[in-house]
Design a protein around this ligand. Structure first.
Ligand code: HEM
Length: 352
């Protein structure tokens, strides 16, 4: 049973039983890929289905049912894998979407809402505009999920599962994603501008931005390891490579040709110069060599209180991975909408 705690805690989500949803006899909207995924699941998950049926009342015919958790873990995974096969960076972009969702009003899909003449979303916020990517991939996932499981899986849950599947697809750790978040009917441009930390943040600003969301300094340092994948625009690291002294000189100069002191704002550089499409601990190895790309990255290793944690992740990659997983689960628990709050959007870009 789903009950919402006063603090909106997500222990709630763990309590949700798998929701059974009917698969239309002849899917009309689903792509060929979706249908194949469903067929495959029916064969592969036959055993699981039998077990599920033993404990579930009012079970429809086995051939016409799928549980929500199966949907979330399979249709989304297939779509994420296919998007990453087309462009590896997409895994990073999807992971970041979940972060930018959760830091504004909680993990409620608010980041996905488009502006209209009467509605202001978060997409034009400083940290988001010309920066967030992957909205089309989310639309595609949502279409496929709706085709087989109408109005059951929220856009917020899709972001949480897609983030996990992206990390896995790029060689990182896996974890169980709690489900049951519902989607907002509101967004907050002002909170997107104030609560998502920027690349010029100091260590104390980073610590307090995470603390405001109930995340510890340890969580902050571990979550920052997400910068082991993906790219950043010149405008986000220009000041660092031209003006700062706690940067490896040859690293700085190698970045300058593609990030001139004026112009080229949108030119890209990898956040992890070594393995930008692999989820590993190289981000921290870069930091101890003064090769953090963003000012905010290097703040984690700049003779401050977080140096020791960064050092430990360079020599103990499995500690990084387990701390990252724990922190991702905590981040995914930020202020969920549950019960009758919010809605399950049919289209992630607009309210129903
Ligand atoms: C600690 C505070 C953080 C700051 C200041 C920060 C800042 C940034 C900036 C400035 C960019 C480049 C954006 C652009 O140039 O358009 C970026 C990219 C990225 N961030 Fe963060 N970030 C932070 C934390 C996180 C967290 C917690 C995650 C995920 C768990 C994350 C995941 C990513 C990813 C994967 C990219 C690359 C996206 C892509 O290639 O499309 N970041 N971040």
């Amino acid at each position: 049973m789903m009950t919402s705690g006063p603090d909106g805690s997500l222990a709630v989500l763990e309590a949700i039983a798998p929701i059974v949803c009917a698969v239309p006899a002849a899917p009309v909207v689903g792509s060929r890929e979706t249908i194949e995924v469903i067929k495959e699941l029916m064969v592969k998950d036959g055993k699981e289905d039998d077990e599920h049926m033993k404990t579930t009342k009012h079970v429809p015919k086995k051939s016409s049912m799928l549980s929500q958790d199966v949907m979330a873990s399979s249709t989304i995974k297939a779509a994420v894998q296919s998007a990453i096969a087309s462009e590896k960076r997409m895994g990073a972009s999807l992971l970041r979407l979940h972060f930018h969702d959760c830091f504004v009003q909680g993990c409620d899909g608010s980041v996905l809402l488009d502006d209209t003449s009467t509605f202001t979303g978060e997409k034009t916020a400083g940290p988001n505009q010309n920066s967030l990517r992957g909205f089309d991939v989310v639309d595609n996932i949502k279409k496929q999920v709706e085709a087989v499981c109408n109005q059951t899986v929220s856009c917020a849950d899709i972001l949480a599962v897609a983030a996990r599947d992206s990390v896995v697809a790029l060689g990182g750790p896996t974890w169980t994603v709690k489900l049951g978040r519902r989607d907002s009917t509101t967004a907050s441009l002002s909170q997107a501008n104030s609560d998502i930390p920027g690349p010029s943040s100091s260590l104390s600003t980073l610590i307090s931005a995470y603390s405001k969301k109930g995340l510890s300094t340890t969580d902050m340092v571990a979550l920052s390891g997400a910068h082991t994948i993906g790219q950043a625009r010149c405008t986000t690291f220009r000041a660092r490579i031209y003006n700062e002294t706690n940067i490896d000189a040859s690293f700085a100069s190698s970045l300058k040709s593609n990030c001139p002191s004026t112009g080229g704002d949108n030119n890209l550089a990898p956040l992890d110069l070594q393995t930008p499409t692999v989820f590993d601990n190289n981000y921290y190895k870069n930091l101890v060599n003064n090769k953090g790309l963003l000012h905010s990255d290097q703040q984690l290793f700049n003779n401050g209180s977080t140096d020791s944690q960064v050092n430990s992740y360079t020599t103990n990659p499995s500690k990084f991975l387990s701390d990252f997983v724990a922190a991702m689960i905590k981040m995914g628990d930020i202020s969920p909408l549950t019960g009758t709050q919010g809605q399950i959007r049919l289209n992630c870009r607009k309210t129903n």
